[in-house]
Design a protein around this ligand. Structure first.
Ligand SMILES: Nc1ncnc2c1ncn2[C@@H]1O[C@H](COP(=O)(O)OP(=O)(O)OP(=O)(O)O)[C@@H](O)[C@H]1O
Ligand SMILES: [Mg+2]
Length: 533
């Protein structure tokens, strides 16, 4: 047992003080040296290789060296076939520089690195743009190369946990993971910032917001504890704020262990500032997570700089909370924090007990009703859109029916045979005009040429694009209810009339002095009009 005992944090005389950020986030971090767990036969095994899917190879490097080939990593079952395949790299031409394609990692081929979001003891996290869908994500790349199969298995465990809790509202949404060049890459949803960054930005977080953060994290923690898992690294740095700027999500599952199998074998302690006292004795339990969450709430609510060691570190773990800090928050919140930071793990409230606190219960109820209202309004909006779409469809359907009906009426109207009355040749221009025939040419066609505006001049002057002049006398069709009194005319028509007079058998037929083109579903109707000129 002594083997697992951690060295006591060094004592340092100090006073509690407010947080001060000097740009180096990790400068006040003290991490007790990690003990190296024994790899024993019966001990906790980090990766169940039966469940691990090392699948498809998409790397472009030499196939002799399998670590150079990108392998998708997933512990999801066959019901998630996508999890076991890596998306194909986008076209090489899309990648900015034209260096040797073969040298690029899957990460470089698929993502554009935009910024560094953060760094922890295990990995660096980058904001990236996926070249295939253009969306923004976060990709965590392990800092150290896989030193051996055991180390690799431990790192890969994080993927299993991320996948397990990806669907939880208060845990990070996980996309996929792969390994290449002895490093692990994890693609996940991009969050706005960590809770620690939020605290740096706001300094004083309103108490109501603290309660909401507490509720989010208790819910996330409960889902872990319900599966007998412990996080062991609860701290504001490992809590991310979602894109909605409200929801807090638990991240960094790198140290998660199974309570039943873990005790002291492969468990690694987290940040000493948030560490429960019993961890020093190698006791890892769910209560340790509750303590870490409690002390993190103290930090957030009182804007307090947590000691990483020394007498103040021990004071906080003996249940002595600094009055001048804690007095600033409500008695209700004080009590909750104290109950989470009890020195004896057995005295600490569990996540279930904490979630049944009246204030948190009320908040959960409000949230539920808000969710219901949101759902209702969303489904109302959706159904309104559907109904509107249907109405529009019905409207257009009705119009179409009406249109076809008119069309039918129009087509099947009995055609009165044209019986032009021959009248004596006019003696004067005015009587000549009156005697001109009213001709209606129906041109039906579906080819582009038939759809163009057709003018009498096209075929009466010899430039007959439709070759109507070769088909003898144009049909006189009484098809459209033409406005016989229409006065609009085309100036070019006058030139064609003499040809008509010469060739047409209706040269002597009287006609209204109207010429018009109208189109009604690919039909052209012409009424020739005799112009004075
Ligand atoms: N999905 C994300 N969106 C935005 N920022 C992120 C995301 N994931 C991580 N970060 C940032 O990167 C930092 C480091 O990430 P993470 O905690 O996962 O790394 P780590 O090496 O496991 O850290 P630790 O030292 O706590 O073990 C976080 O504190 C956070 O600021
Ligand atoms: Mg972290």
């Amino acid at each position: 047992m002594d083997l697992h005992r951690l060295p006591l944090p060094e004592l340092r005389d100090d006073k509690h003080r407010h947080k001060q950020f000097n740009g180096n986030e990790n400068s006040n971090r003290f991490r007790p040296p990690k003990y190296k767990p024994r790899v024993s036969q019966g001990g906790y095994v980090a990766v169940d290789n039966n469940n691990l899917n090392r699948s498809q190879s998409l790397g472009s490097c030499s196939a002799n060296n399998s670590s150079n080939i990108a392998h998708a990593i997933s512990f999801r079952g066959v019901e998630f076939p996508d999890a076991n395949t890596l998306p194909a790299s986008p076209n090489v031409h899309d990648v900015s520089s034209s260096t040797d394609f073969d040298d690029r990692s899957h990460f470089e081929l698929c993502f554009e690195r935009l910024a560094k979001l953060g760094e922890g003891s295990f990995g660096e996290v980058f904001q990236v743009r996926d070249r295939s869908d253009g969306r923004l994500y976060a990709v965590k790349i392990s800092k150290q190369l896989f030193r051996g199969e055991q180390y690799r298995a431990e790192r890969l465990e994080e993927v299993r946990r991320y996948e397990e809790f990806s669907d939880h509202e208060n845990c990070i949404r996980f996309i996929r993971a792969w390994e290449q060049y002895d490093r692990l890459y994890m693609q996940m949803e991009l969050c706005r910032e960590s809770l620690d960054q939020y605290l740096q930005r706001c300094h004083q977080i309103p108490e109501e917001r603290i309660w909401h953060i507490l509720l989010d994290l208790l819910r996330a923690l409960k889902s872990l504890h319900d599966r007998n898992l412990i996080h062991l690294d609860i701290k504001p740095d490992n809590v991310l704020i979602g894109e909605d700027d409200e929801t807090c999500k638990l991240a960094d599952f790198g140290l998660v262990i199974d309570v039943d199998r873990a005790n002291s074998q492969h468990a690694t302690e987290g940040d000493s500032r948030y560490m429960a006292p019993e961890i020093l004795q190698g006791q890892f339990s769910k209560a340790a997570d509750v303590f870490s969450l409690g002390i993190a709430m103290l930090e957030l609510a009182c804007y307090m700089d947590l000691p990483s060691n020394g007498p103040l570190w021990h004071e906080l773990r003996r249940g002595i909370l600094p009055e001048d800090f804690i007095d600033k928050i409500s008695k209700e919140l004080q009590l909750v924090i104290k109950s989470m930071m009890m020195p004896d793990p057995a005295d600490r409230l569990t996540t279930d007990q904490l979630l049944s606190h009246p204030k948190l219960q009320k908040m959960q109820k409000n949230r539920k009703s808000l969710i219901t209202v949101n759902k209702l309004s969303r489904s109302f909006r959706k159904s309104r859109r559907v109904v509107y779409g249907k109405v529009c469809n019905w409207k257009s359907f009705a119009y179409r029916c009406l249109f076809y009906l008119l069309e039918l009426l129009h087509l099947y109207k009995p055609i009165a045979p044209a019986q032009p009355t021959i009248t004596p040749a006019p003696s004067s221009p005015s009587t000549c005009l009156a005697a001109m025939p009213r001709l209606e040419y129906q041109l039906v066609g579906s080819t582009p040429i038939a759809n163009r505006d057709c003018y009498a001049s096209d075929f009466l002057t010899g430039d007959d694009p439709l070759e109507l002049s070769h088909h003898g006398t144009p049909h006189v069709i009484n098809s459209t209810p033409l406005n016989h009194n229409q006065s609009s005319r085309r100036s070019s028509l006058g030139k064609t009339i003499p040809t008509l007079e010469l060739d047409s058998p209706f040269a002597n037929v009287s006609s209204p002095k109207v010429f018009d083109t109208s189109s009604f579903r690919r039909k052209k109707l012409f009424v020739l009009d005799y112009d004075d000129e």
